[in-house]
Design a protein around this ligand. Structure first.
Ligand code: NAD
Length: 333
């Protein structure tokens, strides 16, 4: 099926072309983001493939529908950037890749945590510079700490298992319990209790109306002094300005972010030669105890292979009129 792949980068082409050898679709790679002003590029494409920072709002979807698009194939798990109701109203199906490698994201949580904790990024440079002093590199044992996991689905469930391996006490908050987590000894508690008792808080719930700015001024105030917060979910789960206040007051001891609420204008591009205009983001990067990665938690070869294969299988199923196993539905958000 003729498919326009938006926001595509070299690595997308590489993995999609490899997976397409058996799938046999007609793929057209477009570097631009998908949004109201670029929807017309998809004219004549029955399928479009989009990513996390594409904007599939009402106007974009109307544009896609006018151009004959009948399938939106998200090559990611989250679909907070798709107006499902408008897609449904236009008879456009939306599919996604619910789990391509939850391990990739869960393992990145540990990369963020342990870099912030043991300061390996500083040690790397120091040793190369012949500086073997340890001042400023003091870390803490993760063993024995209390970890609060918000959202214990595919990724949060693995995160819980990894922290269990570290010897941590585990608390969780979710709208539904994961039996595998309960079997591990994870204790489901109200959000306020999780905030108050956790030394490390890690976010793995989807971004919805209910979870937008889940961590805000009030929630930071409830946390332990020196708390570590890790967000690999979606940027807007955290109110960044409140996080900055909490960093300035010392409430947050370490902040690890793979996502940022205004990342759409920044991430996935080389902006090293431009003047970044986002002052909130730039303030974040001035703290020595903040580590930001550019939405790379998913970025492993296993994940990219699975993303390409599942996305193309979703397109194949749609073309063949088969049931869409990975359909994104508003209720499942
Ligand atoms: P999942 O659907 O398997 O799990 C999400 C969990 O969140 C579910 O258990 C659900 O019940 C729970 N949840 C829903 N609403 C909640 C609420 N209001 N409060 C608390 N919990 C709630 O999803 P997943 O595969 O584990 O992914 C989680 C999120 O991670 C995705 O929605 C996506 O936004 C993000 N993600 C980020 C990356 C990255 O590269 N940084 C990659 C993949 C996914």
């Amino acid at each position: 099926m003729k498919t326009a792949v938006f926001s595509s980068r070299r690595y997308d082409e590489q993995f999609f072309n490899a997976a397409n050898r058996s799938a046999g679709h007609e793929l057209f790679f477009i570097e631009n983001h998908l949004g109201p002003s670029t929807a017309s590029l998809a004219r004549g494409f029955p399928a479009v493939c989009a990513f996390v920072n594409d904007s599939l709002d009402a106007e974009t979807i109307q544009g896609l529908a006018a151009g004959g698009t009948r399938l939106i194939a998200m090559r990611c798990a989250g679909f907070n950037n798709v107006d499902l109701k408008v897609a449904h109203a236009h008879g456009i199906k939306v599919v996604r890749v619910p789990a391509y490698s939850p391990h990739a994201v869960a393992e990145h949580v540990i990369a963020l945590l342990m870099t912030l904790n043991r300061k390996t990024h500083k040690a790397y440079n120091r040793v190369r510079d012949g500086n073997f002093a340890l001042d400023g590199l003091l870390g803490f044992d993760v063993h024995g700490l209390t970890v609060g996991v918000v959202g214990t689905g595919a990724i949060g469930g693995i995160v819980a298992r990894i922290f269990h391996g570290f010897g941590c006490k585990l608390l969780a908050f979710d709208v539904r319990k994961n039996p595998a987590c309960e079997a591990l000894g994870v204790r489901y508690v109200p959000m306020d209790q999780l905030l108050a008792e956790s030394d490390i808080i890690t976010l793995h719930c989807p971004l919805t109306k209910e979870t937008n700015h889940l961590l805000n001024r009030e929630s930071f105030a409830r946390m332990k002094d020196g708390v570590t917060v890790i967000n690999t979910g979606r940027g807007a789960l955290i109110d960044t300005e409140s996080a900055i206040e909490a960093l300035k007051s010392g409430k947050i001891g370490q902040l690890g972010l793979d996502v940022y609420e205004e990342e759409g204008d920044l991430f996935f591009e080389d902006r090293s030669q431009s003047i970044i205009q986002d002052d909130v983001f730039m303030r974040l990067t001035t703290f020595p105890n903040v580590l930001v990665t550019g939405h790379q938690a998913f970025f492993t070869d296993t994940a990219l292979r699975n993303i390409a294969e599942t996305t193309l299988q979703n397109v194949t199923d749609f073309e063949a009129g088969k049931p869409l196993l990975n359909e994104a539905k508003a209720a499942g958000n």
